[in-house]
Write a protein that binds this ligand. Structure first.
Ligand code: 5RP
Length: 260
């Protein structure tokens, strides 16, 4: 079945399939949000059905919670689980230090809280997400609706003194209305082109009172699993300093998509 997928979906699928090899019986697992993370949730569903794996999933969005339940992953809130063994999530960009931009799907706040509450964060991605410098992808910043235009002006003014190229931001929309996050907040997308110092930018953004959180994940990701359209996967572990290549056999997963 995976052989019928487009190259980009194959890349996402094989990254997800390789990443779930890290999951062991009894683990509490943070479940990311987005199209790549959705493959991972389906792969976990398959492991539960076919191999009897027993795990608890902590979703990072209502979308992911719904999918997890559909595929038979037991779901718990972070407050119930408290601390997780591992989180697997997608990313919009990752750099050579495995710093990330996340939040393209609008779930950055729960994603960051869940990833930070995990012993290990594994990012799954296709090769288009690799960058030398973060910032070509607009940086999502979650702001409270109260006074959001003032927050937007403060963010743009602050960018003036930082090592970025672009300085304007846009309110994320959902058709004619502002996009609203699971926490009831808005998202500003910052069009920066290149972020010279992601750590500094992240710290400064979070000093602005109306800012709830930003989509820079600094020193949070431990492993990146990159999938390719031909089934190849590359696994980089920043703590171990290792880089391995592998190939996922599509025939391994004949029933994976049967329910969808
Ligand atoms: C959602 C995210 C996603 O992980 C990110 O946008 C990547 O999504 P996709 O796997 O669909 O490319 O951060 O908030």
């Amino acid at each position: 079945m995976a052989g019928q997928l487009s190259p980009i979906d194959t890349a996402k699928f094989v990254a997800a399939k390789r990443a779930v090899e890290y999951i062991e019986d009894g683990m509490k697992v943070g479940l990311g949000t987005g199209s790549t993370a959705a493959w991972m949730v389906r792969c976990l569903g398959e492991l539960i059905r076919e191999d009897g794996l027993s795990i608890i999933g902590v979703p990072t969005s209502t979308r992911t919670a719904e999918l997890a339940r559909q595929v038979g992953v037991k779901v718990m809130s972070l407050d119930e689980a408290r601390w997780l063994d591992v989180t697997i999530d997608g990313a919009d960009e990752y750099d050579p230090d495995l710093n990330l931009i996340k939040g393209g799907g609008g779930a950055l706040l729960q994603e960051k809280i869940v990833a930070t509450a995990s012993d290990r964060m594994i990012v799954i991605a296709d090769a288009t997400k690799a960058v030398e410098h973060l910032g070509a992808f607009p940086l999502p910043v979650e702001v409270v609706p109260f006074g959001w235009q003032t927050s937007k002006a403060l963010v743009e003014e602050m960018l003036d003194s930082l090592d970025v190229i672009g300085q304007h931001s846009t309110l994320r929309m959902n058709r004619d209305a502002p996009f609203v996050t699971d926490e009831g907040n808005f998202i500003l997308d910052l069009h920066l082109q290149r972020i010279g110092n992601p750590r500094q930018l992240s710290l400064v953004l979070n000093q602005i009172p109306g800012v709830v959180e930003n989509g820079l994940f600094i020193d949070i990701c431990d492993v990146v699993v990159v999938g390719h359209g031909d089934g190849k996967v590359e696994v980089t572990d920043i703590n171990e300093g290792t880089h391995e290549e592998d190939t996922i056999q599509f025939a391994d997963a004949p029933n994976l998509f049967a329910d969808f």
